[in-house]
Design a protein around this ligand. Structure first.
Ligand code: SAM
Length: 282
């Protein structure tokens, strides 16, 4: 039986369970347990929280979270080959670790978790943005999670924290910053992973706000932002015509120049525009 003290090195886990990385599953593993412990610490105090981990792979970050004292860790892993490796961790932490073999896009983790809940993951690149958007757009706010501590490609991380006027600024920044406080807390080079990906990576820590930063109807705000960035080089008066025939008047009323482009407008102004449109249906 495995115990905390005799869990094997991650390289040995990979060799023993023949976990050759699969590109189709976005598998770039972290093998340095000092690094996974550091990422686990970026999730903050987990001793009173249930932690949801997506894609534990051979379990490096999982071990970090458990060693940091997570009350419980629930992991969802799509690759059945990882189950035997992860079973060794459940042997070492019998009451605190549970793993589900399934697709994170299909499994509802809430059936297994007790609040407060934190999410921590070295996300598979192919589903990372989709999961983040889902977590940021639940049916009701506040969401089920207190914080998200997530590894992304650095380019995606930059899009989450981007400010107006930058190339990375767009829907993802507005959505994330409307509902949470996102910060890049760690950058990692390709060599930190096995196999190394082609690009740099970064960990983003997002703390859920108790209420969205500025009032706005989510559906209208989403429509406005989608139209504004659909053709980002267009002036807002034409980019947003499909949203309201009176868009020029609405833009002026909330202090936005109709000749500006979507990437120049801040979150507060987008929310004011969404409220104005809601209050003045066509
Ligand atoms: N957490 C591990 C680490 O840091 O070494 C592995 C991270 S690796 C970037 C991504 C992991 O997500 C892989 O183990 C992969 O099998 C898993 N995965 C990929 N798609 C998934 C999905 N849809 N649902 C759950 N897990 C998935």
């Amino acid at each position: 039986m495995s115990t905390i003290d005799n869990l094997p090195a991650l390289r040995d886990v990979i060799a023993k369970h023949e976990l050759a990385a699969k590109k189709s599953l976005g598998q770039n593993f972290l093998l340095d347990l000092n690094l996974t412990a550091r990422i686990a610490r970026l999730a903050g105090d987990v001793s009173a929280a249930d932690v949801l981990e997506i894609g534990p792979g051979p379990g490096g970050l999982t071990r970090g979270l458990l060693a940091e004292g997570a009350r419980r860790v629930l992991a969802i892993e799509k690759d059945p080959r990882c189950m035997a490796a992860l079973a060794e961790i459940s042997d070492a932490y019998p009451d605190r670790f549970q793993v589900i073999n399934g697709d994170a896009l299909e499994v509802d983790p809430l059936a297994y978790l007790t609040p407060p809940i934190k999410v921590a993951a070295n996300l598979p690149y192919n589903v990372g943005t989709e999961l983040l958007v889902r977590w940021l757009t639940p049916p009701a706010w506040p969401p089920f999670w207190q914080s998200l501590t997530l590894m992304f490609q650095r380019e995606v991380a930059q899009r989450i924290v981007a400010q107006p006027g930058s190339k990375a600024y767009g829907r993802l920044a507005l959505l994330a910053q409307w509902r949470s406080d996102p910060r890049i807390v760690l950058e990692l080079p390709p060599e930190a992973f096995s196999p190394p990906p082609k690009v740099n990576s970064a960990v983003v820590h997002l703390t859920a706000l108790p209420a969205p930063r500025f009032p706005a109807d989510p559906a209208i705000l989403n429509k406005v932002v989608a139209a504004a960035f659909n053709q980002r080089r267009k002036m807002l008066r034409s980019a947003l015509k499909s949203v309201s025939p009176d868009i020029e008047a609405h833009l002026t009323a909330v202090g936005i120049k109709p000749t500006e482009r979507g990437e120049q407008i801040g979150l507060e102004a987008y929310c004011a525009l969404a409220r104005r449109i809601a209050d003045n249906p066509a």
